[in-house]
Write a protein that binds this ligand. Structure first.
Ligand SMILES: NC(=O)c1ccc[n+]([C@@H]2O[C@H](COP(=O)([O-])OP(=O)(O)OC[C@H]3O[C@@H](n4cnc5c(N)ncnc54)[C@H](O)[C@@H]3O)[C@@H](O)[C@H]2O)c1
Length: 344
């Protein structure tokens, strides 16, 4: 790849693929040359929007002349199979989260990428958001004192409209339910703030919706540094995404509600003597579009391809987050607290 734009194909062009295409466009590093989707209509619509070729088979996508890379946005159960096919064809990969459905699948993918010396990045963009970086800064400055616990919610009602037959509704295709599909963003964020997790316990519900996959999860994490977190993650209630960090001097509250999407709020609550401990608003630094949602990963993906410099750090981190989901499901099924071994 020279100084020219990197030629990229989109695999899974509808659904989340639409957002992924937008993120690739924003940074100006990529030329989207082909849009593949097994749904012909989705391929055609995306190709029209990107001024690219519409393709409906993997063979045609991988045979596209001078294709450097593939952006994978297909359903989770297809991530490993699609990654292995693209890596075998010598393509660099940027894939949406999670890297795969299981740690076993993810390790096969990681081995293949490393063996072939190809870039492989997973779309865990949340840890790079300005709000999360600001929270990290406040903790490092000692504003919170000693952090004791964390409370996370990651809730939406999207599971209530899923039908049997949808991949999200099948336990074999979506083994962690909402924790695998959405909550993994927050697990990655927590790892970026507090490091390695030492143990996981969870209880889950499977019978709120009519389908068999898990639809409601409550997970307790213990970090190696002693911090403890409770993560409520479901598909069955109104939208609410929050991250509250409780310290001996002050608390940080990061709240995002559906009416406020894109207008997230961050508050500091300092302990005082007496009854008034108000929530004071903290400004979240404004970043350029390219540094916000998605941009950081796309830029780093392009850098690695141009420099042929692949450290796979983001891939290792994505497997560590996936291991937490696997341990949570294992804990729910066995009733045991699961210890996490080091995944590095
Ligand atoms: N913020 C985020 O990072 C975020 C948000 C939502 C979804 N996602 C991820 O995006 C992925 C897709 O989720 P979705 O909700 O868009 O799913 P989806 O079921 O809408 O599928 C996405 C697209 O893939 C296509 N597709 C399905 N099977 C295919 C195949 N065999 N070959 C080619 N194309 C195929 C579909 O036709 C559709 O256009 C998931 O991995 C999900 O975790 C990420």
């Amino acid at each position: 790849v020279s100084a020219e734009k990197i030629k990229i194909g989109i695999l899974g062009s509808g659904g989340y693929g639409r957002t992924a295409r937008g993120n690739l466009r924003t940074g100006g590093e990529f030329d989207i040359v082909a849009c593949m989707d097994s749904n012909e209509e989705a391929a055609r619509t995306a190709a029209g929007e990107e001024n690219a070729a519409a393709v409906t088979t993997m063979k045609d996508l991988l045979a596209f002349p001078d294709l450097d890379a593939v952006s994978i946005n297909t359903p989770i159960p297809l991530h490993a199979e699609h990654s292995l096919q693209c890596l075998e064809a010598g393509k660099h990969i940027l894939i949406t989260k999670p890297v795969a459905r299981s740690v076993g699948e993810a390790r096969d993918v990681a081995d293949s990428a490393a063996r072939r010396k190809l870039a492989y990045m997973v779309g865990h963009h949340a840890r790079h958001e300005p709000s999360i970086l600001k929270m990290k800064q406040e903790m490092e400055a000692g504003t919170l004192g000693r952090v004791c616990n964390i409370l996370v919610t990651c809730c939406s009602s999207s599971g209530l409209v899923q039908q049997p037959g949808d991949w999200r509704a099948e336990p074999g295709q979506n083994p962690g339910g909402p924790l695998l599909h959405c909550g993994i963003h927050l697990l990655d964020v927590l790892r970026s703030l507090f490091g390695d997790v030492s143990s996981v316990s969870a209880i889950m519900q499977e019978e709120i919706t009519s389908y068999e996959a898990i639809d409601n999860t409550l997970t307790l994490l213990e970090f190696e540094n002693g911090v403890q977190a409770a993560v409520v993650c479901n598909y069955t209630t109104a939208y609410m995404h929050t991250l509250d960090i409780f310290g001996t001097r002050a608390n940080l509250h990061h709240h995002q509600h559906i009416t406020d999407l894109g207008r997230e709020k961050l508050y500091l609550q300092v302990q005082r003597e007496g009854p008034h401990e108000p929530w004071e608003k903290i400004e979240i630094p404004e970043e350029s579009a390219v540094n916000r949602h998605g941009g950081v990963l796309e830029k780093e993906f392009a850098r690695q391809i141009r420099a042929q410099d692949f450290d796979y750090e983001n891939l290792r981190e994505s497997i560590a987050a996936l291991r937490i989901v696997e341990a949570a499901v294992e804990s729910h099924k066995s009733g045991n607290r699961i210890r996490i071994e080091d995944y590095r």
